[in-house]
Design a protein around this ligand. Structure first.
Ligand code: ZN
Length: 199
C-alpha cells in the first residue's frame, strides 16, 4: 500500500516536473536566469527531482574521477623508432640530396627522424656555436599535446640535462659532449623513449 501511494505520488509529481535534460542543465548552471527560478521553486517541493539531482551529482563525481589521468596505467609509453635516413625527407630540396652515408654523425646529416606512437620526433645534431667541440640538439615533437612535456637527456642512470618543450614542441639541448644518450619526453599522459642516441 505504501508503495502504491508512492508511485501515485510519483506520477502526480512528475506531471509538473522538468525533464531530465533541463534538470541536468540547471545543475550545471547552463540555464538562463529566467529558467532557473521556476526550477529552484520546483526543487524546493519535489523530492523526486531533488533525488534526480543528487544522482546526477554522484554520476558526475564518478565520471570526473575516472577521467583523471593520474593513475600510471593511463600513461602511454612509446619507444621511438628511427625512420630511415633523415636525408630522404629532403629529396628534391637540393643540397641534402646525396648526403654521404658516413655523415650520420654531426652537423651535415640532416635531422634524425623518429616515430613513437602518435608522435613524430625530429632531432638535429649540430656543433655548438658557443662551445667548440660540444654539440647541440635541436628537437621538435609533433602529434602530441606538448604542454608541460619535459625533455630529458640521460646517460647511464643520470640525467645530463632537462628542458621543457615550448608551445609548438621545440626543445634545445646545448653544450653536449659527444657520446651515446637516451632521450625521454614525458608529459601528463605520454612517455617517449629514444634509445641509443649517438651524437
Ligand atoms: Zn519534480
Amino acid at each position: 500500500m505504501a508503495q502504491m501511494e508512492d508511485s501515485l505520488k510519483a506520477a502526480l509529481y512528475r506531471i509538473t516536473c522538468p525533464d531530465s535534460a533541463t534538470l541536468g542543465n540547471y545543475h550545471l548552471g547552463l540555464l538562463g536566469e529566467t529558467a532557473v527560478q521556476p526550477i529552484a521553486n520546483h526543487l524546493a517541493v519535489c523530492p523526486l527531482c531533488t533525488r534526480e539531482i543528487e544522482q546526477l551529482e554522484v554520476f558526475l563525481l564518478e565520471t570526473a574521477v575516472s577521467l583523471q589521468p593520474s593513475t600510471g596505467e593511463r600513461i602511454r609509453v612509446w619507444i621511438a623508432k628511427r625512420l630511415p635516413s633523415g636525408g630522404q625527407t629532403r629529396q628534391g630540396l637540393g643540397p641534402a640530396v646525396g648526403t654521404p652515408a658516413f655523415a650520420l654523425r654531426g652537423s651535415s646529416s640532416g635531422p634524425l627522424m623518429y616515430e613513437a606512437g602518435d608522435a613524430q620526433l625530429s632531432l638535429e645534431v649540430q656543433d655548438d656555436p658557443e662551445q667548440p667541440g660540444r654539440k647541440v640538439i635541436l628537437g621538435l615533437v609533433l602529434g602530441i599535446a606538448t604542454e608541460a612535456v619535459e625533455a630529458k637527456l640521460l646517460q647511464g642512470d643520470g640525467v645530463v640535462t632537462a628542458v621543457t618543450l615550448d608551445e609548438i614542441g621545440n626543445f634545445t639541448f646545448t653544450g653536449l659532449e659527444t657520446g651515446t644518450y637516451e632521450l625521454t619526453l614525458s608529459g601528463a599522459d605520454v612517455e617517449i623513449h629514444v634509445q641509443d642516441l649517438l651524437i
